[in-house]
Structures are given as C-alpha cells and as structure tokens.
Design a protein around this ligand. Structure first.
Ligand code: JBB
Length: 247
C-alpha cells in the first residue's frame, strides 16, 4: 500500500517511519510512504502557503494553489484514490475506518496547518475528512501518522504474525484483558493464580470475563456494538448485578 503525504512539515515523518514495525514493513515492501512538501509547489518569491481570511477575523488560512498543485502533480488531475484531509471537522477515526482504508492500493493524506484550509480544498479536492478526536492540534501531521500506523497494521505481514490485528483491543469491540509477564511475584504483587494454572479453558474464561468487566466499567458505549455470545451476555448480567449490590 502506498501513502502519499502532503505537508508543510515533511521533516517530522521520517523519525517515526524509521522506527520499529513501520520500518520493517517498508523494508519488506508492504507499505511505501512518500512525503511531499507543499512549499515546493509554491511559485512566488517567498514561497507563500498561507494568507489572511476573506471577511476578516484572526488567523491565517492555507492557500489552495500549492495544495492543488502538489496533489495533482503527484496523483494526476483526476485521482481515483481517497484524498483524506486531517481536520477536527472530519468523521472521528476508528478501527473500522482503518480497516476500510487498508483495502486501498493508495491513499493521499493532506495535513492542514494554521487555522485551517481554504474551503475549496475541502469541497473540490478532498474525498474524505477525518478527525482523530476532539482536541485542537497545530497541524494534521500527527493525525496522518496515526492513520498510517493504524491502517498499516491491517496489511498482511506488517505485524509479522498470521493472526495480525484480529486479537487486539477494539478488534472484537471489547477492551483487552489484563496482561502479565514474569516474574510471578513483583514487590509482593502476585500474578493471578489462574494464569499460572496451565488450564487453558479456565484461562480463556477468566480473560473473557475481565474483558467484559473492563469494557462495562470503562467504555460501556462499546458494549452496544460488540459481538457477544450468549455466555458473554450471562456473564455481563452477573457483572451488572454485582455492581448494583455495590461490591
Ligand atoms: C489540524 C487538528 C484546522 O480544519 C479545521 C482546523 C481548525 C483548527 C486548526 C486546524 C489546524 S490543522 S488537523 C487536526 C488540527 O477546521
């Protein structure tokens, strides 16, 4: 899969892309990330990428010409891949959207700066607007890296194991159960007995209960869309009951 990134801060991408899993994915040819500096597509002496807003008011707006020129010179004038603008005005990104984008051969990511972009970029160039959450950032670069990371994990081979992204938090729609590793006792704090028992049926049952309990306590909103078995529903009813009794 190919990511074409358009940004005024190209230097922030390599350090993250050169580390760990994404580096390996790139070396194996599973993903390619091409970062383009929007400033290279300006034509004036000062390489201007922003301007004051029509109608007045504060702040600066990203000019349309350099963004259109950059995207069109890389993708052509009638691009057939998604062209994503990272913006707090977009649909909120999640695991389902990541999985959908991972089916694409190529996607473009446009990183806004200043107080936002000229509206014609949204309406005449961009196909999708995506937000990573309800907070304000100084630019779309970190959101773009988050999309690259979350989407790449769905590409077969990127995680290096055949199970891929299927076992994660959010894959089943539930939060993960608690994880422990050695030592079995650390500063007097023990690993739960069941995990040392070797009884895998019991371990799986314990983990499922923990996932349900955590999701109920921390993210009850997720339970509405989670895939639950009849046994899960019974377990949840138990969890709800013990909560009501205040234990
Ligand atoms: C950015 C977070 C953009 O597109 C907008 C907008 C509003 C305020 C600031 C910015 C800067 S770029 S991308 C994700 C911020 O409405």
């Amino acid at each position: 899969m190919q990511f074409e990134v358009f940004t005024l801060l190209p230097e922030v991408f390599p350090p993250y892309l050169e580390s760990s899993i994404l580096q390996r994915a790139r070396q194996r040819g599973l993903i390619e990330v091409h970062v383009h500096n929007i400033r290279d597509y300006t034509h004036d002496k000062h390489h201007t990428t922003d301007d004051i807003p029509y109608g007045g008011g504060g702040g600066m707006v990203m000019k349309p010409e350099p963004v259109f020129d950059a995207v069109e010179s890389i993708l052509g004038v009638q691009p057939d891949c998604p062209i994503i603008l990272l913006t707090p005005q977009g649909r909120v990104f999640n695991q389902r959207i990541a999985a959908e984008f991972s089916l694409q051969e190529k996607i473009a990511l446009i990183c806004g700066r200043y107080e936002g972009v000229d509206e014609r970029i949204r309406t005449r160039l961009v196909s999708d607007e995506i937000s990573i959450g309800d907070y304000v950032l100084t630019g779309g670069e970190l959101p773009a890296l988050i999309l690259i990371d979350a989407i790449s994990r769905f590409i077969p081979g990127v995680l290096g194991d055949p199970d891929g992204a299927s076992d994660d938090s959010h894959a089943s729609g539930l939060l993960e159960y608690p994880h422990y590793t050695r030592p079995p006792e650390f500063r007097g704090w023990d690993v739960p007995e069941v995990l040392l028992s070797g009884d895998h049926a019991k371990i799986n049952q314990w983990r499922r209960e923990q996932s349900l309990r955590r999701t109920f306590e921390r993210r009850p909103d997720l339970l509405e869309k989670a895939e639950l078995s009849e046994a899960d529903r019974k377990m949840l009813e138990q969890i709800r009951k013990t909560k009501r009794e205040g234990s």
